[in-house]
Design a protein around this ligand. Structure first.
Ligand SMILES: Cc1cc2nc3c(=O)[nH]c(=O)nc-3n(C[C@H](O)[C@H](O)[C@H](O)COP(=O)(O)OP(=O)(O)OC[C@H]3O[C@@H](n4cnc5c(N)ncnc54)[C@H](O)[C@@H]3O)c2cc1C
Length: 469
């Protein structure tokens, strides 16, 4: 009998499997798709030689993840590549705010009236970032905080809505950039703890950057899977689990799935009925004839480019998708241009470009025109560079990965208490009604993103049980 079976080979499932195998437990992973990776994969979606990341592309959370940093992933082929700027936030007049590696350069891009406020916001936390990241990503208390005082201070600043935090800034560059950071997890700007989200992304940039993986995000998943195999674990693809009986006998079962799917597979009835899913995403992967013709020069050298002309425009786009049930006219977008630093992604002189905007849960329309009109405001002539595009709205995202219910790429609304306490209001989020069944997906803390910390935290709960039984 196996010690543990993991269902789903996303970053959290693979991390949970590696953590267990490292401790001498026998582990097998079962994945529905033909390849490992879940939300961290790479495919030639458009034309030959153009290697796209259909899901994650920029990795501030992965490079800063305490779980990944403790694993020898570089030995298994993972290499982080950094653009000159982690992120740029251009404006239609050709100027830009930037999130640079240095706090000083970032603050200077906000203008003289906000530079000091930004320094005062981030500088107290930066020297303690590694401990803070570990403590914050281990909430709710799967490990005792190493620095409870800094964590409490961070809570005081981050737990109120980001709209309050943004009052520290007087001008649009800082406000729009910060609103964009909060929007990375599709949270409404006025929501509980949204200040913390923006702060985490900013601190992550100053600490280690927002890199892309050489060759594509698949390199992260392939490194985890190769490490797992070296540790004696096995991975079975093309194996969709519909019932617990589909799995071999094991002492523990760990699900990198949505709570809804877990309830269906394990027969947990309405145990997770209160779990809410959030808005969806509309994703476009482009093959381009050249680089994106951004007006702002900062955007040309940034790995990630946020698109939203003002805090108000970003707020309106988020409200449209999350509360008003309609697609935004001017979508807020996160875009990533991996081939600015990674020549392996496209044929010489050509580029891949990655963009998504927010749409209502389960939306079936086509956001392509709104996305491209928005891009033309910041990069006139963009459309002329397009060689091919691959689009995916909520139905396509959900079909490719069962965890993205209704196109919700966070596998559950990141709002209200569910931002921190997911998938239920409990201090043991990785446990389920069955003592041998666990959940480790991004529907558990610390939530969405490629960081493996949900898998890492869940694995602790699993090995505690395995050592007791
Ligand atoms: C368009 C998009 C853009 C994103 N951009 C970023 C980004 O730039 N940076 C970032 O950090 N994060 C990003 N994310 C989020 C990130 O990809 C996810 O938060 C992360 O992958 C979650 O990891 P996970 O292991 O919890 O789940 P997933 O990665 O979703 O993996 C779950 C796996 O379980 C499998 N599975 C589900 N049900 C079953 C079943 N019944 N049987 C067998 N297998 C099953 C799925 O096929 C999948 O492989 C993005 C996501 C999307 C979709």
């Amino acid at each position: 009998m196996l010690d543990a079976v993991v269902v789903g080979a996303g970053p959290n499932g693979l991390t949970a499997a590696v953590e267990l195998a490292r401790r001498g437990f026998s582990v097998a992973v079962f994945e529905a798709q033909g390849t490992v990776g879940g939300g961290a994969r790479t495919e030639e979606l458009t034309l030959p030689g153009f290697r796209h990341d259909p899901c994650s592309a920029a990795h501030p959370l992965a490079i800063n993840s305490p779980a990944f940093r403790a694993l020898p992933l570089e030995r298994y082929g993972l290499e982080w590549l950094h653009a000159e700027l982690p992120m740029a936030h251009p404006f239609p007049d050709g100027t830009a705010a930037v999130l640079a590696r240095s706090v000083g350069e970032t603050a200077a891009s906000f203008g003289p009236r906000d530079a000091g406020a930004y320094r005062r916001l981030v500088e107290p936390f930066l020297p303690k970032w590694d401990t803070l990241a570990r403590d914050f990503m281990s909430l709710p208390l799967t490990a005792l905080p190493r620095d409870p005082v800094t964590l409490a201070r961070f809570g005081l600043v981050g737990l109120p809505p980001s709209t309050l935090l943004m009052r520290r800034f007087r001008d649009e560059p800082a406000r729009a950039l910060f609103a964009g950071l909060v929007a990375h997890v599709m949270a409404p700007l006025g929501g509980f703890a949204t200040g913390a989200i923006g702060l985490v992304f900013a601190l992550a940039a100053h600490a280690r950057g927002w890199p892309v993986a050489r060759g594509g995000s698949q390199a992260i998943s392939d490194a985890l899977a190769a490490l797992l195999r070296d540790l004696g674990g096995s991975v079975h693809t093309d194996y969709e689990v519909k019932r617990l009986d589909d799995l071999p006998p094991a002492r523990a079962y760990v699900f990198d799935t949505s709570p809804t799917a877990l309830a269906r597979i394990a027969g947990f009835g309405d145990h997770y009925a209160g779990y809410r899913y959030g808005p969806g995403a509309f994703k476009i992967d482009y093959a381009l004839d050249g680089p994106v013709p951004w007006t702002a020069k900062e955007a040309r050298v940034a790995g990630t480019v946020q698109i939203g002309a003002s805090r108000a425009e970003i707020g309106a786009a988020l409200r449209a998708a999350s509360r008003e049930g309609r697609a935004p006219d001017k979508p807020f977008m996160i875009t990533v241009q991996p081939s600015v630093v990674d020549p392996t992604r496209a044929p010489a002189g050509k580029h891949v470009f990655w963009a998504y905007g927010h749409v209502p849960h389960g939306w079936t329309g086509d956001l392509t025109d709104a996305i491209e009109r928005q891009l033309e405001r910041f990069a006139p002539g963009f459309r002329d560079r397009v060689l091919a595009r691959a689009t995916a709205g909520p139905p396509e995202l959900a079909a490719r990965n069962a965890n993205y219910v209704g196109g919700d790429i966070a596998s559950g609304a990141v709002s209200g208490l569910q931002l921190l306490l997911r998938p239920k209001l409990t201090l043991s989020p990785y446990h389920t009604p069955h003592p041998a069944v666990f959940i480790c997906s991004s529907a558990t803390p610390p939530g969405p993103g490629v960081h493996g910390m949900s898998g890492h935290n869940a694995a602790k709960a699993v090995w505690k049980r395995l050592r007791q039984t």
